[in-house]
Design a protein around this ligand. Structure first.
Ligand code: ADE
Ligand code: ZN
Length: 337
């Protein structure tokens, strides 16, 4: 391991863009399929990995939703999240804000309670075993209707105090943020924070809509904002956090080569960029792998990596005094590394 790799692993960091269903490793997919008696269209783990060659977001989503079918019981959701937190802890993650897609499960007849209770017990386990704090982001599937998003928000009512935010994911192009303006307003009225995928494949106009119509606190991805100078200026001026996912961008052909990844350009433009793993089991790496890969490809130095980690805390939904405490620990780490 290089000095920089060691530095990255030890760097205290938060992960702000992680789909828990995207942490389903092929080995786990087989184990859950077997214990639940669910057929899967793969003979071996190698077959599964070979199927993970995507040319765009939709290619990936088709395989990702099919994979999620093996998740049936509260224990499955618990085990899935425990495995993610174990990986995150090994990567120096001290706080994680994890997205889950309830509609992927409720549409298959899995009750909302089964999903969320499995995740919540794993979050308690992560706090107890690793000292990792975490928060839940309920993500609406944007290819489904506004009415279905409202139904999902209603289903979450008994757990509102355990959910930090709502998000918006799935097929971006053709499903602009505007479609969900009313359900985001309803979520805000319930005291929830707001995030949305925007500018991953969709145009800068979708980022404007996420800001102006959804009134988001963070933009997930946001890469295509760079095509619009006025938008970049506004995001910088507002201190808007972007949850950038380098290995995802590579696997979904948002960038052709990591050597062309705009992460350092984002920092140079004053954007509050962070590094995240998105769907680590599908894209070939957890959060430290993302830091390492993009650091190597873009020749990032320790100061840039420290800024990215700092942004992960300032962009989190933690209370202000907890953020200050995390930043102090980060500064103490930097002073000795
Ligand atoms: N769901 C899981 N990962 C996603 C991504 N990168 N973009 C949109 N929807 C997603
Ligand atoms: Zn995502």
């Amino acid at each position: 391991m290089t000095d920089l790799d060691t530095f990255i692993l030890g760097l205290p960091k938060a992960e702000l863009h992680l789909h828990i269903e995207g942490s389903l490793e092929p080995e786990q997919m087989f184990a859950f399929a077997q214990r639940n008696g669910v057929p899967i269209p793969y003979a071996t783990v190698e077959d599964v990995r070979a199927a993970y060659a995507f040319s765009n977001l939709q290619d990936f989503l088709d395989i990702y939703y099919a994979g999620a079918d093996v998740l049936r019981t509260q224990q499955d959701f618990h085990d899935l999240a425990v495995a993610y937190f174990d990986r995150a802890a090994a990567d120096g993650v001290v706080h994680a804000e994890i997205m889950f897609d309830p509609q992927t499960h409720t549409d298959r007849g899995i009750p909302f309670a089964v999903v969320i209770e499995g995740l919540l017990s794993a979050m308690a386990d992560a706090q107890a075993r690793h000292g990792i704090s975490s928060a839940l982001i309920l993500s609406f599937l944007r290819h489904l209707s506004e009415a279905e998003a409202f139904e999902t928000l209603a289903a979450a009512d008994p757990w509102l105090d355990r959910i930090a935010a709502v998000g918006l994911d799935s097929s971006e192009v053709g499903h602009p943020p505007e479609k969900f303006a009313r359900v985001f307003a309803a979520a805000a009225a319930k005291g929830l924070r707001l995030v949305a995928h925007a500018g991953e494949e969709g145009p800068p106009a979708y980022v404007y809509e996420a800001l102006d119509l959804l009134r988001v606190d963070r933009i997930d991805h946001g890469n295509r904002s760079l095509e619009d100078d006025a938008l970049v200026g506004r995001l910088a001026q507002e201190g808007m956090t972007l949850t950038v996912c380098p290995l995802s961008n590579l696997k979904l052909c948002v960038v052709d080569d990591l050597a062309d990844h705009p992460i350092d350009r984002m920092l140079d433009l004053g954007l509050r960029a962070t590094i995240n793993s998105d769907d680590p089991a599908y894209f070939g790496g957890y959060v430290a792998d993302n830091y390492r890969a993009v650091a190597a490809a873009r020749d990032l130095d320790k100061a840039q990596l420290a800024t990215l980690a700092r942004n992960s805390f300032t962009g989190s939904f933690l209370p202000e005094q907890t953020i200050v405490a995390h930043l102090a620990r980060l500064d103490a780490y930097l002073a000795t590394h």
